[in-house]
Design a protein around this ligand. Structure first.
Ligand SMILES: [Zn+2]
Length: 285
């Protein structure tokens, strides 16, 4: 009987150990881009920043999680690929942002390059409903789409001052009303184990959200979306496109605080320098 008792105790300890490591599962996170925008002068986007020309990566992430394949942001709509911007985006946008997206840069092809298919994607997490982030959610009709409830309101009926800028393209999502939306009202731990946590970061848009991953080797990864475009925003320069500027600045502080407390790394959506320094041929693990 003593032996059985010991065995049960050992098994119990093993179970506790397994539970403790459950959050550091073998997750693979690829950072890719749906082509680039620009070159543009940073000053045009961030008025207080010094002038500097840059191109903007259109960041997207493919996350292979034991509980399902995840995509974070789906880039520019496939229709603007290969120089066809004028046929889909407003003319002014094409002229100002000069997207370089090729058909092979689009999220479905990016998945294929890694041996996945769009049909395999279980969760599409969209930071916000601007044209360079929500562009291809229609390629994922069977996935669960994770968005903040307020962002959905705004996507369908943007405030006049936001709509005038042309950044919401209704046809990116006009046939998605019956998709399975997981509508959030704040932060959300997707699998309940801290491995994939949606962070409520409003300001750039009404219901903008970012993403935090906990990876085995890399540790805390903070994928900002447009809560932080580039280095100048980290340095304290206020972004020039906001639904609510005070909320924007609070969201930047929130992400920096998490980075500092968890010794994490911040990955910005449109920062050319850090994109070029980042890993793209192999995943963050
Ligand atoms: Zn953007």
């Amino acid at each position: 009987m003593k032996k059985w008792g010991l065995l049960i105790a050992v098994l119990g300890l093993l179970a506790v150990a397994c539970a403790a490591t459950a959050s550091a599962q073998d997750i693979k996170a690829w950072w890719t881009t749906s082509g680039f925008l620009g070159p543009v002068d940073v000053k045009g986007l961030i008025p207080s920043a010094p002038s500097r020309m840059t191109t903007l990566p259109v960041s997207m992430w493919i996350i292979d999680h034991p509980k399902g394949l995840i995509v974070f942001d789906t880039g520019n709509n496939v229709a603007i690929s290969d120089g066809k911007c004028d046929t889909y985006w407003p003319k002014g946008f094409c002229q100002n942002f000069k997207p370089s997206q090729k058909r092979d840069d689009v999220i479905d092809r990016q998945l294929q390059k890694l041996g996945y298919s769009a049909e395999q994607v279980k969760f599409v997490i969209t930071s916000h409903a601007h044209l360079d982030h929500i562009g291809n959610i229609k390629l994922f009709p069977k996935a669960t789409h994770v968005m903040q409830r307020r962002e959905l309101y705004q996507a369908w009926w943007p405030e006049k001052f936001q709509r005038a800028s042309g950044v919401f393209i209704l046809s990116d999502y006009d046939t998605t009303r019956d998709f399975d939306f997981l509508e959030l009202d704040g932060d959300y731990d997707l699998f309940g184990d801290g491995s994939v946590v949606v962070l409520d970061t409003p300001g750039h848009t009404m219901g903008h959200q970012s993403l935090k991953l906990r990876l085995k080797q890399t540790g805390t990864v903070i994928i900002t979306g447009d809560a932080i475009w580039m280095q100048e925003n980290l340095d304290g320069h206020v972004p020039g496109i906001n639904y609510n500027t005070a909320e924007t600045m609070r969201s930047i502080e929130k992400l920096k605080r998490i980075r500092d407390l968890e010794s994490g790394q911040i990955f910005m959506s449109h920062d050319e320098v850090s994109y070029n320094k980042g890993m793209h041929d192999s995943p963050y693990r």
